[in-house]
Design a protein around this ligand. Sequence first.
Ligand SMILES: Nc1ncnc2c1ncn2[C@@H]1O[C@H](COP(=O)(O)OP(=O)(O)OP(=O)(O)O)[C@@H](O)[C@H]1O
Ligand SMILES: [Mg+2]
Length: 373
Amino acid sequence: MIITFAEIDGFKNLSGISFQPDVKYNIIVGPNAQGKTNLLEALWILSGCRSFRGSKERDYIALNGNRMSAKIKIYDSLREQKIEMTMSRSAASPKTIMLNGVKQKGSRALFDVFKCIAFIPDDTEIIKGSPERRRSFIDMAASQLNPVFVVHINKNNAIMNQRNALLKEIMQGNAPASVLEVWDRQAAHEGALISYMRNEYVGKINEICGRLYKTISGGSEELELEYKSNVFRPEDFEKPCGEEAFEQYYQKLRDNADYDIRTGVTHAGVNRDEILIKINGVSARDYGSQGQIKSAALVMKLAQAEIYKKRSKEAPVIFLDDVMGELDESRQRFVFDIIRGMQTFITTPNESALLPEIEGKIMRISQGKLTEE
Ligand SMILES: Nc1ncnc2c1ncn2[C@@H]1O[C@H](COP(=O)(O)OP(=O)(O)OP(=O)(O)O)[C@@H](O)[C@H]1O
Ligand SMILES: [Mg+2]
């Protein structure tokens, strides 16, 4: 999949940007705070995902402006498609999404159309950060492979919000404890499905990460990912997800119900899962060096790209924000080998830090404006 045309205006500090990307490498060069990451972010949101750096939608529009638009043409093995997103401060419905000229109900419509993978410096938080960061990495990656996963995640979140609100009502004596059971049945259904999907994805990514990390570390180190379900043991996943799994999950919620009511929060289930990341058998979060953590995060993203490419026969577009210039030559070459054949956007303040074989379109960005060389 490649972007053949992009136009961005009014997104954060970007204005009047219009270009035809190179089919392979696009190098975006500029000093700090000129709009390099903003450019990647504007393209990224057209995949239907939320900002990769956690920006709120209302902050997409330039501070001194009223409207933003981002448009791309993408080309995959089947056809060319057009995606356009506009947002305006004043309109009653602030966001519109058009796919091939047809107005869409929500961002989810784009999920199946434009696939991209971004690597940003903050991704080391997948390893160093809270369990929630790891869960959301796995959930996002698995959703990219199978969009129905998002439906289950959203349903589960909605049920959990209801359940937690209800716990507080029960705690205060405003509702009987028996009403919880209905929610627990539903939570068990969604939660078991999510657990099984997470387990499957972690199994897949673990295999590829193991191989890639061995290479990036010169054959000397092992990277392992392990899914720690809050409800199921590893052997439970050998059977397919069905009634038995729903029941097991339901029982776990019931067993915790009294404790949950006393504290007003849900303690069991997928919202408490962990994904253990180990280097040479010990927790990377607790013992990893900065270089190990950086390499492990990079490898996890590259593995995500590989899984996606293998499954869909279509390569995702790759965004590397401030990553390449930070890697030594052999690590850059390693990344290069994996992304070969995928359209890539690379940002850097200093192009001389890039490998000479990264040839492609060089674009300079200054105060939100782009010039091509
Ligand atoms: N809503 C907004 N409206 C206008 N400008 C914004 C908005 N949000 C962010 N900016 C500006 O965008 C600029 C930062 O852009 P960006 O993060 O893309 O920089 P960068 O080129 O990636 O820099 P670095 O090399 O430091 O990562 C900042 O000057 C910031 O003030
Ligand atoms: Mg940046």
